[in-house]
Design a protein around this ligand. Structure first.
Ligand SMILES: C[S@@+](CC[C@H](N)C(=O)[O-])C[C@H]1O[C@@H](n2cnc3c(N)ncnc32)[C@H](O)[C@@H]1O
Length: 340
């Protein structure tokens, strides 16, 4: 089956048109989220279009076309002229499910409007909100989005990384503390500190409040670019941070972290890295640089090779890519480690 969603590299005009119109698929799933359609369809029930239209107060023809598209994309199952949710739609996309990833879905939905301004950011080189200070409310919803993005990935990483000999871990820029909590759950002898901005730590405290390992977790409000790092750690975990900053800023941060490591301490970087010789692929990592252009002053996505070089320049030894964690999820499961 040829699949327009997979048409790159672009070679023909048809390929070009398919990619130029990929927004149709984005828009379809975002409209479903805006209607809260997966929640309305719910667990096991199959809905006729007429009943669903009444429930959602939507037009029958509109909903028929939308649902057909969602079924074609694999999010709904079509039986005759009726529809039900697939397992994914009834869990992670359904507000009533414990697995709902609402804050992350809201972030993705809001990006639609932001991406319409990409041309402005390319012209100016500046983020969209260059003149506005960050609000605590924005930081709060972003931090929840990070939690809803990382919940499952954090468990995978915690299973993969051997932290048995570590006693102290700093989750730097840890946001909701999702990774710190997963490491604590997997390593009973570990204590962890989540360091981030105060508004992010407020969310981390709320999430930690019901976590069985909360007694081994502490919080450090700081700006890690400008403040000293508190304490010394066997492991510093730096997840989804380096793409926010420019190469020289990252090297400076690596040096600062080096001083906060115990003698056998390790810095572990978790991020989406470019892996091909030309710095183009994986393509979602390249696309993620667009998000950094829209939202940060200096962010970008980087080649694993370059990041390893930065670590060596900052004084780290035994620098290596940790492979074997399994399938990529959310473009973010590559790990690079450096030892003090
Ligand atoms: C993309 S989020 C990643 C959160 C978490 N590490 C994860 O992987 O899910 C980046 C986090 O870094 C924090 N951050 C970025 N720059 C920071 C700085 N200079 N000082 C403190 N926190 C910072 C942000 O507040 C945010 O919580």
């Amino acid at each position: 089956m040829t699949h327009p969603l997979g048409t790159y590299p672009i070679r023909t005009f048809d390929d070009f048109r398919n990619v130029a119109q990929l927004y149709q698929y984005s828009r379809t799933v975002l409209t479903a989220l805006e209607l809260d359609l997966f929640t309305a369809i719910g667990g096991a029930r199959t809905w006729s279009i007429a009943a669903l239209a009444r429930r959602l107060r939507a037009d029958q023809r509109g909903l028929d076309i939308l649902c057909r598209n969602l079924a074609a994309l694999g999010l709904l199952v079509k039986r005759g002229s009726a529809y039900r949710n697939t397992p994914l739609a009834r869990t992670e996309l359904n507000r009533r499910s414990a697995a709902y990833r609402g804050a992350y879905l809201d972030l993705i939905t809001n990006h639609w409007h932001d991406f319409t301004q990409l041309t402005d950011s390319v012209r100016s080189g500046k983020p969209l909100d260059a003149d506005e200070p960050e609000s605590p409310a924005w930081r709060r919803s972003f931090t929840w989005a990070m939690h809803h993005r990382s919940r499952e990935q954090a468990k995978t990483v915690a299973r993969f990384l051997d932290l048995r000999r570590a006693r102290t871990l700093l989750d730097l820029g840890g946001g909701p503390g999702t990774y710190a909590m997963a490491f604590l759950a997997a390593n009973p002898a570990l204590r962890a500190t989540v360091a981030d901005r105060p508004a992010a730590l407020k969310v981390a405290r709320e999430i930690a409040a019901t976590h069985p390992a909360k007694a081994r977790l502490s919080f450090a409000p700081l700006d890690f670019m400008n403040d000293p790092l508190p304490g010394r750690y066997d492991v510093v975990w730096l997840s989804n941070i380096i793409h926010i900053y420019a190469p020289a800023q990252n090297v400076g941060l690596f040096r600062k972290i080096h001083k906060a490591l115990t003698s056998a301490g390790r810095l572990i970087i978790h991020d989406a890295f470019l892996t091909d010789p030309h710095g183009l692929y994986p393509i979602d990592t390249t696309a993620f640089a667009l998000t950094m252009l829209l939202f940060t002053d200096t962010g970008n996505t980087y080649a694993a090779r370059d990041v390893r070089q930065w670590l060596r320049r900052a004084g780290y030894r035994h620098v290596r890519l940790l492979t074997g964690m399994g399938k990529r999820k959310d473009g973010e499961n590559a790990l690079i480690e450096g030892r003090r």
